[in-house]
Design a protein around this ligand. Structure first.
Ligand code: CR1
Length: 833
């Protein structure tokens, strides 16, 4: 049935077009209307949650109008669209961002004040949308912000998990995971019960003859329904409002025997509840680690198949020929998680649309781009052939065919190299046989990119070396990550944003971050520096209050705040940091009271989640808390050293933490952190960093200057030799680190046995992450940090200079690079008002 209104009746619709509020009075009217009608409450029972709900609904109404028009415009113009497929979107809160992006936060602030509320308290009522683990998911969220801001016709596709990343509680110094049920009231999503796709699993493949041609028909063993939920993504200072479509799973006609979710307490405690809806129930809580669970593969196919069905349906509306598909559609694979999309599109084209294999494959490979986010072997996805065969029998056949044709082409180009064929085969001939998803993604895409220069070089010389030989170097490219300055400066640090605007000719820098370079000519301006320092101090006071409220520990905001917040992982080396803290503590203890008086007070702040099954990461959290428990009550030490572990690090906490750091730590073993993005957030907020020559740290150094960053440690090209030497040569531990270990073993920080594995990893098991090799340089560099901080005037100058040179790290620059080099798409011009 045609759902559109016929031409003669459209006049009435146009006459009655919705108008959005533009001023305080209009806003207040909308809030009151929503409190009284939508929420069925009144001024006699309107609490902060009701005020949050009504404010969100008022802004949501505004967004919907722009959102509808954006979609209509994009459909009408029918230009090429970008589809960003990501299993993770770490969005954080939406209201504050929506208010700032549509430019009406001041209106809301005044309106709410008149109605009896403080906007900060209202904003805080919102639950973070935490559908991601760490950098990979947050990058996807920053990209959506930039795509909308730059007016690209773009959709995000993901899963609507009922449970996002778990909430972390610290109990007796240990991490405890609590399910994150976040959907109680979510005004930012729109269920589209009319947009559904039936997704099939299991079953078998039958051959049939149609018009003399043999076709494969996949008979399903199970069908699950995908229901679309849409989330509006407002651009900054533009009417463009893009769509993020998240799929939710639902039983489709009858009960199905879902596989039991049987992997450890946390997962089963949240996922066992509703059998039919298990597929989209829970986000897998691993960062940089793949565990090969069947349900995870089901999630991947469910989401990929629903998204492709949607994309193909939209393409078909324009009645173009299939060969035009890559001119209309660019699909970016955020890591290998959506790699099955390559196989699924080939299946649609060959089995359902009847295209010839080669023609279909040409369309497929022109459509996809693949972003690699890690070289860590434990994070590279591989699926057992048997599992794929069972769950997706037709897809396995197609994968085998893709591999066959690929290996034939390799054989032809590089004859007589059997080992090459074994190395690059999409099927690993192991026991059991495995499908190598990264290889499938490379073969099925026209471009492969890494996320920082070093990382993009490393993938070409290590894990994907053979593919550079096969395809030539042009298939591989780099797009260094970036962050959105709207959330990570304007929203998180409004006072700094305002001060910057006053020196950079207004807010334009938020859309063209290179305009920050105008700050540099004010570095010597005393008044400016003073205001800068005052803002940093105020941000530290705000964090100190958060620390007091959540941990009970009082910290002095005049101390140097030293921050490391990110997922807990051995490669990120929080253990190096805490060993360094212990070293500092021992040095302070060894001093006379007079010597101590000359020391610089420090607060070491940690935060981050450990994957529930990552035992060593949990031990690291425990050590940090145990050290804090001893140090924080040591009267000899007082304010000279405090050690804080902030519970439940997430996007909204990052917005408080990033603006409050003096120095932040990005200290991964060289060659292991693909990019890092919090390094960019901290520098953009006027903090300096201590870091290794790894990931984007290297490019940050190039941009802001070597004198504005504290680099230390071994270089990535030396890592392999060092590891080799640890294992096969004699391995002596740094003597200062040895003292730290001895102190832990004396029981100073609680039962030594609790930490013996962490120590053994360095002393006995080859120190894979080079903690001992880098320890001396790390300690020395921290001494340089102390010295530099004593000269506050110069310190502030370094901070301002650094910020002025951070223009490169906006995600707007990334998106423009992807658009130009990978997607070949252009923005859609918009009527401004
Ligand atoms: C990397 O570890 C990078 C983000 C975003 C992570 C981190 O250094 O900043 O991706 N990789 O590109 C990842 O999650 C599965 O791989």
């Amino acid at each position: 049935v045609e759902a559109s209104i016929p031409e003669p009746q459209r006049e009435a619709w146009k006459r009655n077009q919705i108008t959005s509020f533009t001023d305080k009075d209009g806003f207040e009217k909308e809030v009151v209307r929503h409190v009284e009608t939508t929420l069925a409450r009144s001024m006699f029972n309107c609490d902060e949650i009701a005020a949050y709900s009504a404010t969100s609904l008022a802004f949501r109404d505004r967004l919907i109008t722009h959102w509808n028009r954006t979609q209509q415009r994009q459909t009408y113009r029918d230009t090429k669209r970008v589809y960003y497929l990501s299993l993770e979107f770490l969005m954080g809160r939406a209201l504050d961002n929506a208010m700032l992006n549509v430019g009406l936060k001041n209106v809301a602030q005044d309106g709410l004040a008149e109605l009896g509320f403080r906007i900060e308290d209202v904003v805080k009522q919102e639950h973070d949308a935490a559908l991601g683990n760490g950098g990979l998911g947050r990058l996807a969220a920053c990209f959506l912000d930039s795509l909308a801001t730059l007016n690209f016709p773009a959709w995000g596709y993901g899963l609507r998990y009922r449970y996002g990343i778990f909430k972390q509680e610290i109990i007796d110094g240990y991490q405890v995971e609590v399910p994150d049920y976040w959907l109680d009231f979510n005004p930012w999503e729109f269920p589209r019960h009319d947009v559904t796709v039936d997704i099939q699993f299991f079953g078998q493949v039958n051959k049939k003859t149609v018009d003399g041609k043999t076709v494969s028909v996949w008979e399903a063993g199970e069908i699950v329904q995908a229901v679309a939920y849409d989330v509006p993504i407002p651009g900054y200072d533009t009417p463009t409002t893009n769509n993020l479509r998240l799929w939710s799973s639902k039983a489709s006609g009858g009960e199905f025997d879902f596989q039991k979710f049987n992997s450890g307490d946390y997962e089963s405690s949240v996922a066992d509840q509703q059998r039919a809806e298990t597929i989209s129930a829970v986000l897998y809580p691993n960062d940089n680690l793949e565990r090969g669970k069947e349900l995870r593969l089901k999630q991947q196919y469910f989401w990929v198949a629903a998204s492709l069905y949607d994309i193909v349906r939209r393409f078909k509306k324009s009645r173009r020929s299939w060969n035009e598909f890559p001119d209309q559609v660019a699909i970016q694979l955020n890591d290998t998680h959506p790699t099955l999309a390559i196989v699924e599109l080939q299946r649609i084209l060959v089995d359902i649309e009847g295209l010839e294999w080669d023609n279909a494959w040409e369309i497929v490979t022109s459509t996809f781009g693949y972003t690699n986010h890690t070289v860590l072997p434990e994070a590279l996805e591989k699926w057992p052939v048997g599992l794929v065969q069972h769950l997706l029998p037709r897809h396995l056949q197609i994968i085998y065919d893709i591999n066959l044709f690929f290996l034939q082409s390799v054989e032809k180009a590089i004859p007589d190299d059997r080992d090459m064929l074994r190395r690059v085969s999409i099927i690993e001939e192991s026991q059991p046989k495995m499908v190598r998803m990264a290889f499938l993604a490379i073969v099925g895409s026209h471009k492969v990119n890494g996320v920082a220069e070093l990382h993009s070089d490393l993938i070409k010389t290590t894990i994907f070396k053979d593919f550079v030989e096969i395809y030539g170097p042009d298939k591989f490219t780099n797009v260094t990550n970036g962050i959105t300055p709207r959330r990570w400066l304007h929203q998180a640090n409004p006072r700094l944003s305002e001060l910057i605007a006053s020196k950079c000719g207004g807010n334009d820098f938020l859309k063209d971050l290179t305009l920050l370079n105008q700050l540099e000519k004010h570095v010597q301006d005393k008044q400016f520096r003073k205001e800068w320092a005052e803002i940093k101090y105020a941000n530290k006071v705000r964090l100190a209050k958060h620390i007091k409220d959540t941990t009970g520990v009082v910290v002095n905001p005049a101390s140097l705040f030293d921050v490391q917040v990110k997922r807990i992982h051995e490669y990120k080396r929080q253990q190096l940091n805490i060993f360094g803290v212990i070293h500092r503590y021992l040095s302070l203890k060894a001093m006379t009271p007079d010597q101590r008086k000359k020391q610089l007070p420090r607060v070491s702040i940690f935060g981050g989640k450990a994957a529930p099954g990552y035992w060593m990461a949990k031990q690291i959290i425990h050590l940090i808390n145990s050290v804090g428990a001893v140090v924080n009550k040591d009267e000899d030490i007082g304010d000279l050293l405090k050690v804080i572990f902030l519970e439940d690090y997430n996007v909204s906490k990052a917005e408080i933490i990033c603006p409050a750091s003096d120095i932040s730590e990005h200290i991964s073993t060289a060659g292991t952190e693909a990019s890092g993005t919090s390094n960019m957030k901290f520098v953009l907020n006027g903090g300096l960093i201590i870091g290794t020559c790894d990931g984007a740290n290297i490019e940050i150094t190039r941009e802001i200057g070597e004198s504005n960053i504290f680099l230390f440690g071994n270089l990535s090209e030396d890592v392999e030799d060092l590891r080799h030497a640890h294992t096969y040569g004699s391995h002596t531990i740094d003597s200062d680190l040895d003292k730290v270990f001895n102190e832990i073993e004396k029981g100073t920080f609680g039962t030594p046995h609790d930490f013996s594995a962490m120590i053994a990893a360095v002393r006995q098991h080859g120190d894979y992450y080079l903690v001992s090799d880098d320890f001396h340089s790390y300690i020395e560099t921290h001494q340089l940090v102390d010295e530099a901080y004593r000269n506050q005037d110069e310190w502030i100058a370094k901070c301002i200079t650094s910020v002025s040179r951070m223009g490169f790290f906006t995600s707007d620059r990334c998106i423009n690079e992807y658009a130009e080099e990978i997607w070949n798409v252009e923005p859609l011009a918009v009527d401004r008002h």
